[in-house]
Design a protein around this ligand. Structure first.
Ligand SMILES: [Zn+2]
Length: 139
């Protein structure tokens, strides 16, 4: 078997830390035995999922397992593709992009209308929003 590293999150009382390791998941028990972490979560398929778990998973009932986080990250990527497809159908082609860990912001270079995609929308927000998904591009 190829020895490739995978992403994990090490949990201690004050900090959840994403890290990559090429050890087998069972070998990571040593971190718990040495009291470095009280738990190690993983392996994650992607670095991004490990980071999302480390930063937003603590006490979050929506992110209790690796699969929960992988699903949320995949949903976010799908939402971005869907939003850009919707923008393309409205005639928006080139964007200025600003990407944060849980929010993607696209501003059409020709008309200035925007698309916002949120991984964790507030109760009064939507996952995909902005004028560019609703209005045609008119410079
Ligand atoms: Zn436009």
């Amino acid at each position: 078997m190829k020895n490739r590293s995978r992403w994990y999150v090490g949990c201690n009382q004050t900090l959840w830390t994403p890290f990559a390791s090429n050890r087998m998941p069972d070998d990571l028990q040593m971190y718990v035995c040495r009291n470095i972490y009280f738990a190690v979560i993983g392996p994650f398929r992607t670095k991004k999922a490990a980071h999302i778990m480390a930063h937003y998973g603590r006490g979050n009932p929506h992110m209790q397992t690796v699969a929960d986080v992988e699903r949320i990250v995949k949903q976010f990527d799908n939402d971005i593709n869907e939003a850009l497809d919707a923008g393309l159908a409205r005639g928006h082609v080139k964007y200025d992009v600003s990407m944060e860990e849980t929010c993607a912001h696209f501003i059409c270079q020709s008309c200035g209308r925007s698309i916002v995609v949120r991984m964790f929308p507030m109760p009064n927000e939507v996952r995909i929003g902005g004028e560019a998904v609703a209005l045609d591009c008119k410079p």
